[in-house]
Design a protein around this ligand. Structure first.
Ligand SMILES: *[C@@H]1O[C@H](CO)[C@@H](O)[C@H](O)[C@H]1NC(C)=O
Ligand SMILES: *[C@@H]1O[C@H](CO)[C@@H](O)[C@H](O)[C@H]1NC(C)=O
Ligand SMILES: *[C@@H]1O[C@H](CO)[C@@H](O)[C@H](O)[C@H]1NC(C)=O
Ligand SMILES: *[C@@H]1O[C@H](CO)[C@@H](O)[C@H](O)[C@H]1NC(C)=O
Ligand SMILES: *[C@@H]1O[C@H](CO)[C@@H](O)[C@H](O)[C@H]1NC(C)=O
Ligand SMILES: *[C@@H]1O[C@H](CO)[C@@H](O)[C@H](O)[C@H]1NC(C)=O
Ligand SMILES: *[C@@H]1O[C@H](CO)[C@@H](O)[C@H](O)[C@H]1NC(C)=O
Ligand SMILES: *[C@@H]1O[C@H](CO)[C@@H](O)[C@H](O)[C@H]1NC(C)=O
Ligand SMILES: *[C@@H]1O[C@H](CO)[C@@H](O)[C@H](O)[C@H]1NC(C)=O
Ligand SMILES: *[C@@H]1O[C@H](CO)[C@@H](O)[C@H](O)[C@H]1NC(C)=O
Length: 683
């Protein structure tokens, strides 16, 4: 029995040892310095001038990026017949000899990114004829023009992913991608394409993703690629996007035309699957308001082959034809919309996110969203909305985020928040609003126009910066359990309206909103982590802060002469990470608190170089305080020393006078002394 168990454990040890040996082998290097693991060689950054010949013959993946291999010959690769993936990024590669891949015909992925393939492209084209399994090809950053690409892609029946980014292609015609029947993804970003001839992509029947971002396309006239799922046309100069009039179903799901010059909402296919439509940073608006509704025709002049074709298009009619019911994410921010026709949004019944920020909307009707029961995010910031309309009561039960900052709102529809029970983030900053207040004595005149937060029971983040609010003891914020509250740039006369929510608050900004003499008590703000008290001219530091567990505190631009910090045991100093202090008239002779702060190594004072202090009305930077100042402070502050200072000159004068007297009357005194001595000796 015992023997058997010894044998078994010996067996296990042997197994372990051999396994270890394998593991060590898996991490070894070749003579040329390549790191080897199972069928994989990493030879990057080795200043190689040719493909190393000392690698195991069975490698499947070889990385040769960032070397100096300028050409690939037949013999280079024939040693590695199993090679499936080869990367030659950034080598200054110019030539792949025609027979180079004959010994490595299993190759599936080839990256030639950032080389100079343009130099000998016709020979390289011949070489690429012998890659019958190639699926992924990266030719980005190679100085290629269209005819070179046509030549290089001559026989790529198996290619699935092709990247041609950062070349100098200006034009695409139907010969370029002619044979690529398996192509699924094509990226031609960062070229100079101003023209795509019709038919260029038609026979790429498996194409799913096409990225033409960062080119110079002026318009898309006849978009008919029903097979495509994702089309990226961002950062071009498109003024017009029009789909072919087909009753066929388009597979399109994501369309990005952001950062163009679009003047109209794109004319989408009639039947499609678009869920994400990105149209930000264009010049779109609706025009029918400029004419009467019947004449919303716009004459379009299309130039083609020197002949002009003027087409009158009823912009609004076309709009209605395309189905918008599948849209989930619609970004129309940074355009020029002055209004939205009612039917436009009502049809978007699947909307999840609607971004209309940075437009020129004067009014917005929330009733338009009555169909969008699943809306989660609505952004109307940076418009000039003075009136928010709500006729009926649409359901906003799923709305989480509502941004109306930077508008001209003075009032909100009554009961607007009643049906926003799920709202978590509300940004009303930079409008002219007032909060509802409790009636005291005479009813307040503005009670009808006030904003009542009480229905928003799930609200967590509330932004009310710069609303001209007057917050006094009667205002109502109770019932809310906010974690983030921005009351900056208002007139906060009293913090008592926060007494309900102060326990949950995590972030509070009271920047530029407090009277200088308000005494603040933060002792019940136990969860507060970020506090901004800047720009308030406060003279008295709220001592209750010292025991809070703040992480960030901003005290800039107040009237503090000193901070009551005497030792590093305060709760505040244990948690604080960031503290801003500049623009306070600190007293130079009372800077011991600064040393206390510096002792707590976790505290960062980003504006320390700007912190200055007052020494007899001279302001100097605390970091460059002259050596003499602390000494002067000793005299200035120490009372005993001051007395000494006053008494010293008197003492010195007295002593000098005594000395002079002594010197003048020295003879006489000496004689007198001698006489006395003689007498005494006679004694
Ligand atoms: C479209 O391409 C641009 C540029 O590469 C990129 O920033 C953007 O995210 C792409 N859009 C989508 C939806 O992926
Ligand atoms: C459009 O062109 C037609 C003639 O082709 C003209 O009658 C009509 O007034 C034009 N419309 C506008 C809005 O310019
Ligand atoms: C443009 O002209 C070329 C020849 O000049 C012709 O082959 C092509 O069909 C023309 N295209 C259109 C849309 O008329
Ligand atoms: C277009 O017109 C210009 C002169 O107006 C002429 O020089 C040019 O050859 C024409 N191009 C085509 C494709 O017809
Ligand atoms: C002008 O364009 C319209 C629509 O694109 C087309 O139906 C019409 O045949 C074109 N006319 C000419 C003269 O090319
Ligand atoms: C609201 O929108 C403005 C401007 O677009 C932005 O600066 C602000 O951060 C947004 N508010 C929130 C809470 O995201
Ligand atoms: C603050 O000063 C103003 C006058 O500047 C005064 O009316 C007010 O009562 C003072 N408040 C406190 C709390 O001392
Ligand atoms: C602080 O004082 C400055 C200058 O006296 C004044 O301009 C500023 O409005 C004051 N700030 C507050 C919040 O009272
Ligand atoms: C700062 O406080 C001093 C009194 O300590 C006062 O005289 C001065 O006016 C205050 N400065 C500001 C800007 O409030
Ligand atoms: C600077 O300190 C002196 C006393 O040393 C004081 O009289 C003066 O008001 C202070 N100046 C300011 C701006 O706080």
């Amino acid at each position: 029995m015992a023997i058997a168990s010894i044998w078994i454990s010996l067996g296990c040890m042997y197994l372990l040892l051999t396994w270890c040996n394998n593991a060590i082998e898996a991490k070894r290097s070749s003579q040329t310095g390549c790191k080897l693991s199972y069928r994989f060689a990493d030879c990057r950054f080795l200043q190689l001038v040719s493909v190393p010949r000392d690698l195991p013959n069975d490698i499947e993946e070889l990385l040769l990026d960032f070397n100096q291999i300028q050409s690939i010959s037949k013999t280079s690769l024939s040693l590695y017949p199993d090679l499936k993936s080869l990367s030659l990024q950034s080598n200054g590669l110019e030539l792949i000899e025609p027979d180079a891949f004959q010994g490595a015909i299993r190759i599936e992925s080839l990256s030639l990114q950032n080389n100079n393939i343009a130099a000998e492209y016709s020979k390289t084209s011949e070489a690429l004829l012998y890659t019958p399994s190639l699926k992924n090809l990266d030719l980005s950053t190679n100085g290629l023009k269209m005819h070179m690409v046509t030549s290089l892609l001559g026989n790529m029946r198996t290619l699935e992913n092709l990247c041609l980014d950062h070349n100098i292609i200006m034009h695409l015609d139907d010969t370029v991608f002619a044979g690529l029947r398996e192509l699924k993804q094509l990226s031609v970003q960062w070229n100079y394409i101003y023209e795509v001839e019709s038919g260029t992509f038609d026979h790429l029947i498996k194409l799913k993703t096409l990225n033409l971002a960062f080119n110079s396309l002026p318009c898309i006239l006849d978009f008919g690629l029903t097979q495509l799922r994702t089309l990226n046309l961002s950062f071009n100069q498109l003024e017009w996007f029009q789909s072919r009039e087909l009753d066929k179903e388009f597979s399109l799901e994501l369309l990005d035309i952001s950062h163009n010059q679009l003047l109209f909402f794109p004319l989408l296919p009639r039947v499609h699957h678009i869920h994400t439509l990105l149209l930000s940073d264009n010049r779109m608006r609706f025009y029918s308001e400029l004419f009467d509704t019947d004449s919303s025709y716009v004459n379009f002049t299309i130039m083609e082959n020197n002949s002009t074709n003027t087409t009158a298009i009823n912009v609004w009619e076309e709009e209605i034809k395309s189905d918008l019911s599948t849209l989930q994410f619609l970004d129309m921010s940074r355009n020029q919309f002055t209004y939205l026709p009612e039917e436009f949004i009502v049809k978007m019944i699947s909307l999840i996110q609607l971004k209309l920020d940075w437009n020129c909307l004067d009014t917005f009707s929330l009733s338009h969203l009555r169909g969008s029961n699943s809306l989660i995010e609505l952004d109307l910031s940076y418009n000039r909305i003075s009136e928010l309309l709500m006729d009926d009561t649409p359901s906003f039960s799923s709305l989480h985020y509502f941004n109306m900052s930077r508008n001209n709102l003075q009032t909100l529809p009554k009961h607007m928040f009643n049906d926003m029970k799920g709202l978590r983030t509300l940004d009303l900053s930079h409008n002219r609003l007032s909060l509802c207040c409790k009636q005291v004595g005479a009813a307040r005149s503005d009670d009808n126009n006030c904003v009542d937060m009480r229905p928003l029971t799930s609200l967590k983040n509330l932004y009310l910066s710069g609303c001209g609010l007057v917050l006094d003891a009667h205002c109502i914020l109770d019932g809310t359990t906010l974690t983030h509250l921005d009351l900056s740039e208002n007139h906060v006369k009293d913090l008592s309206p926060l007494q309900d929510t102060c326990r949950t608050l995590h972030f509070l900004s009271l920047r530029n909103s407090l009277p200088y003499n308000l005494s603040l008590d933060f002792s019940s703000y136990q969860n507060l982590r970020y506090l901004d008290l800047a720009e308030n001219n406060l003279t008295n530091f709220p001592t209750s802060l010292i025991e809070l567990s703040l992480q960030s505190l901003d005290l800039r631009q107040n009237n503090f002469t000193s901070l009551p910090l005497y030792n590093t045991y305060h709760g505040l100093l244990r948690t604080l990470n960031v503290l801003y202090l500049s623009k306070n008239p600190f007293e130079c002779c009372e800077l011991s608190w600064l040393n206390v702060l510096k002792e707590s190594s976790s505290i960062n004072i980003p504006d320390l170089p700007q912190v200055s202090c007052n020494f007899s009305n001279h302001f100097m930077l605390v970091q460059r305080l002259p050596e003499s100042i602390p000494h002067s402070c000793l005299w200035k502050t120490g009372d005993v020393l001051l007395y000494l200072l006053l008494i010293l000159p008197i003492c010195v004068t007295f002593l000098v006078a005594l000395l002079l007297m002594f010197l003048t009357f020295r003879e006489i005194i000496l004689q007198k002394l001698k006489r006395r001595c003689r007498r005494s000796t006679s004694y």
